[in-house]
Write a protein that binds this ligand. Structure first.
Ligand code: HMG
Ligand code: MG
Length: 304
């Protein structure tokens, strides 16, 4: 029995744009978020408050949040790695703070310059500060299937990190297949283990689509009762500190799959397709999703 309703968490402005080679002008980012805000999405991850030397693409985080038009039906989120980032996030009045770390040592070190055990106290400070400031807090665990440095990740290691994060008072954890290599049997094994410890409502899935398996992995997750999925407009995305990682599952392709199966999202697919076309103009290249190709007029005789 598949869920009747799913929430999509749009991460394109953050996960998508952090991985583009060029700096997208602030006005274009603001336009993107403004368009996404009118599509029926209830959650948009706008940017991140990481060190601008590590991710120069998102150095204008405060400006984007200040200049964009807020829709009161939308929760606006941003990644925050430490207290320094939290100060800026609070200054920019973000609604939801997302802390992040990896299940594997290699990626954690490469991405945030700390061991796993050194990371917990840093995140605890962020979570305490964010909750005290009235924010909700989400946690990401990256490399839940495999790590570009350490190989396959054991589900028990993901449980270990998740337990520590939930103990801090985080409301939801998003499990990331950061390098997009996972297959349904691996997702099945991971969720089987995770759901012995945590309820499905507290978990979201975050699939990159490097090997074209993201939608298959989402089907497996749906069968486990997961109802929250991260995706990126146009299939943009990737982590500069995970070599070979490509884009997230595309929001429009995910919407097509869900809607055709009768699963509600509240998101307007046509508006998302239009926004994906707009993004092609901004990043100056064709985006990889199937549904943006259709919006471009390449549907041939396949239109229904
Ligand atoms: P560090 O160099 O170890 O930081 O970086 P530090 O604490 O030693 O501080 C060094 C200097 O940086 C200090 O300045 C700090 O003030 C400053 P100084 O005193 O030398 O003048 N600093 C900052 N400045 C601005 N904003 C900050 C900040 N923090 C310290 N927040 C750090 C540690 C975590 C900051 C760095 O490694 C970093 O920014 N990493 C972020 C990498 C990143 O953004 N990766 C992509 C996002 S994660 C992802 O994509 C995966 C995900 O999508 C899920 C999935 O797919 O699996 C979420
Ligand atoms: Mg990601």
């Amino acid at each position: 029995q598949l869920p009747k309703q799913v929430q999509i968490k749009e991460v394109g402005p953050r996960d998508g744009l952090q991985n583009e080679m060029m700096f997208i002008p602030t006005d274009d980012k603001v336009n993107l978020v403004n368009q996404l805000s009118e599509t029926g999405l209830s959650y948009i991850e706008v940017t991140s408050f990481v060190h601008p030397k590590w991710i120069p693409q998102l150095a204008d985080a405060v400006e984007v949040l200040k200049e964009m038009k807020r829709n009161t039906d939308v929760t606006y989120a941003a990644l925050v790695p430490n207290s320094k980032g939290l100060e800026r996030a609070i200054q920019a009045d973000v609604d939801d703070v997302s802390v992040f770390m990896s299940a594997s040592e290699g990626h954690n070190k490469s991405n945030i310059n700390k061991s796993i055990d050194e990371t917990f106290p840093v995140l605890k400070e962020v979570v305490d500060g964010a909750l005290a400031a009235g924010k909700t807090v989400r946690g990401y665990i990256s490399t839940v299937i495999a790590c570009p440095y350490d190989g396959y990740t054991k589900p028990e290691q993901v449980v270990y990190v998740a337990e520590k994060l939930f103990d801090m008072g985080i409301s939801e954890i998003s499990l990331g297949d950061t390098i997009g290599v996972g297959v349904p049997t691996q997702v099945d094994a991971l969720l089987h283990e995770m759901l012995r410890h945590f309820s499905a409502e507290k978990l979201a899935m975050h699939f990159h689509d490097t090997r074209g398996t993201a939608l298959a992995n989402i089907m497996t997750s749906l069968a486990h009762g997961i109802t929250k999925f991260d995706s990126a407009i146009g299939g943009l995305g990737g982590c500069p500190y995970a070599k070979g990682a490509s884009g997230n599952v595309a929001t429009e392709d995910l919407l097509y799959l869900l809607h055709e199966m009768g699963i509600e999202t509240g998101v307007n697919l046509e508006k998302i397709q239009k926004t994906a076309l707009y993004m092609e103009g901004i990043v100056g290249k064709k985006l990889s999703s199937k549904l943006v190709a259709i919006a471009r007029g390449e549907e041939g005789t396949c239109r229904i």
